[in-house]
Write a protein that binds this ligand. Sequence first.
Ligand SMILES: *Cc1c(COP(=O)(O)O)cnc(C)c1O
Length: 404
Amino acid sequence: MNAALPIPVEAASPHVMNTYGRLPLALSHGQGCRVWDVNGKAYLDALGGIAVNTLGHNHPKLVPALQEQISRLIHTSNYYHIPLQEALAAKLVELSGMSNVFFCSTGLEANEAALKLARKFGHDKGIERPEVVVYDKAFHGRSIATLSATGNAKVQAGFGPLVEGFIRVPLNDVQALKKATAGNPNVVAVFLEAIQGEGGVNPVNVDYLRALRKLCDEQDWLLMIDEVQCGMGRTGKWFAHQWAGILPDVMPLAKGLGSGVPIGAVVAGPKAAKIFAPGNHGSTFGGNPLAMRAGVETIRIMEEEGLLGNAVKVGDHLKAALQRELGGQPGLKEIRGRGLMLGVELTVPCSELVGRAAEKGLLISVTADSVIRMVPSLVMTTAEADEVVSILVPLVQQLIKEKA
Ligand SMILES: *Cc1c(COP(=O)(O)O)cnc(C)c1O
């Protein structure tokens, strides 16, 4: 592939709004878990576009399918039936054991739909001021409602007044949840990520998820599990909550669902599938033929290539190697996560590692100040995982030495 693009490419963006702290590099093209910048330097991609590029870059089966779709139809309108929506919805229903799907284009939009479902669920049973339980360190997006549900003061700062109707509790603490909701008739839903992503790769205990399912059944609340980051095979099951053997009532999806084509979805179980009627909700781009084809093909290729199994195999290998190399290291707090959603928490802030790793040809991110996050494509090989370790470990050791 030729690095020359038909438009000028530079690692500077003076006219793009300054919303991200960007590295001084611009990527040109990729193949699998490898990407090249505009100067021809290669990087191993352990970030996967933040858990988006499920099939890696330039997948030999995805690309021709998308090319075929683009030449057929990119977008129509939800004023018409879109057969590919039905195909992807049927597949998501099969994989989740749930019943109906609404399509949109991003994670926050999927979460907005979930929150609207929760509120209307409440209104439909006569609750005028519905409240939703949310969590410390949660991340649900950056719209006004989803940043209000997010448990991070930095995400909220400057954007008040926040949306009301949220009750915040700590993760994995059933008593705290019971106490926070005791005697409150306005609670309609519990909303959480099965593994918190932006909050620092914090898994929810399977026992806690089971307890939530029981409590939501007893209280007639919706259990809404945000699988935008941890879903779509990343942990080795289609959806991370499936490790607990439970079913949610509402499940927002996005990131990995289209391997990079913008897509979001809300999957609903029987308790939430009939809440919306025509006029209640919509999305112009949501469910367009290109995004739907990307979703259908992504899942088909994942099945064909056994990528859930690969996520477990390579994820376990990567986690074990990191544990072996960094295990006794002072400055290491914990290595956690499941499959190819891994976090390495240090006792010191470590955002410098992102730039240092890029210099050495490795793309990662740091979240929650001190957690190195790896959410690569599910096509990563064990050899590539070894390469991640060989680049990352010396950088971590060096940083800890500097900060000791
Ligand atoms: C990324 C993310 C979102 C927001 O998705 P966008 O597509 O950026 O709007 C919501 N929830 C979780 C768990 C996420 O990781």
